[in-house]
Design a protein around this ligand. Structure first.
Ligand code: GTR
Length: 300
């Protein structure tokens, strides 16, 4: 069976999927065997998701962002400044709300298997440190192809440029864009930090990674194998999270040692502008209910 990931071998998402494959092989006496196509070999997240839903790829590890235009419930967990901490995010996603979001992918030809960690996303750029939203005025910032992200960046007065991840490094280097936003590992691993020398810790988004399977392929499995797939995915999560935590520290150290100017940011004015767009992003009653439930789980 095949799995796609935009990140290269060694990145925690890829290694989480690899662990999934080992657990699955062990649970099925080697009948279900996984081959991972890492580094975006099979295409960007949006394209590979489409192929996955048709059954051309069996498994796919993506961020929540490219699913936003496919399924409204995924928007809930991708709202800026919704989760107050990684602990809050894990609590919500490991419970019934997480399961509901995963299950909502099924009518779109995708079986949502589990969430992986993605840390916090912050803005980086080639021009200047960002201290307040006004500092972002006029900057051309890359976002994943999600209307939510476009609205988010516009709410701060910057220009949003939707683009796949693998084009970001070159676009930064050529000045096609001034910056982007991402977590420490993607900032470092994609070598964006070599060009974008200002990283301003807005921590505006804690949207998770998602691991999905093609429903066509899932439906073709026996009940026992389906169960093995679901269980192995859930079992790979703690392993991925350990790798993730270590990777964040490693990436942070590499970026800091390279002399990138990293600055803390008072998140309040950013949160004020970015949460003002929640209403427009939430178009169904169920989305709004889930947001209320997630807010109620703060402070645990
Ligand atoms: C990363 C995420 C990728 C991809 C990327 C992006 O943090 O792991 O799946 O979504 O962000 O910004 O496109």
């Amino acid at each position: 069976m095949t799995a796609s990931d935009t990140h290269p071998i060694g990145y925690p998402t890829v290694e989480g999927v690899r662990r999934f494959g080992e657990l699955l092989a062990a649970a099925t006496d080697g009948r279900l065997d996984l081959r991972i196509y890492a580094g975006g070999q099979l295409g960007n997240e949006r394209d590979t998701l489409e192929i996955t839903s048709f059954g051309g790829i069996d498994f796919n590890r993506v961020n929540l962002a490219p699913l936003n235009s496919i399924e409204p419930l995924t928007i809930v967990a991708a709202l800026p400044f919704l989760f107050e901490s990684i602990g809050h995010l894990r609590r919500v996603l490991d419970g019934p709300i997480g399961n509901e979001i995963l299950a909502s992918l099924e009518p779109h030809g995708l079986i949502g298997l589990c969430f992986y960690d993605s840390g916090a996303r912050s803005f980086y750029n080639t021009r200047r440190p960002i201290h307040r939203p006004d500092d972002m005025r006029g900057l051309k910032l890359r976002v994943p192809s999600s209307d939510l992200y476009i609205a988010m960046v516009r709410s701060l007065g910057a220009d949003a440029v939707p683009m796949p991840l693998d084009e970001v490094y070159q676009s930064l280097a050529q000045g096609v864009i001034d910056g982007a936003e991402n977590n420490w590992p993607s900032f470092e691993n994609g070598r964006h930090y070599e060009v974008a020398r200002y990283y301003s810790l807005t921590r505006h988004l804690l949207a998770p990674e998602v691991f999905v399977m093609s429903k066509v392929k899932y439906d073709a499995l026996s009940d026992r194998d389906r169960e093995a797939v679901r269980r192995s995915a859930k079992q790979s999560v703690p392993f991925m999270r350990r790798l993730w935590d270590a990777q964040v520290e490693k990436s942070r150290a590499i970026v800091m040692a390279s002399g990138v100017k990293v600055n803390e940011v008072d998140p309040a004015p950013f949160a004020e502008r970015m949460t003002a767009m929640w209403d427009a992003a939430l178009t169904t009653p169920r989305q709004r209910e889930l947001v209320q439930m997630i807010l109620a789980q703060r402070g645990g």
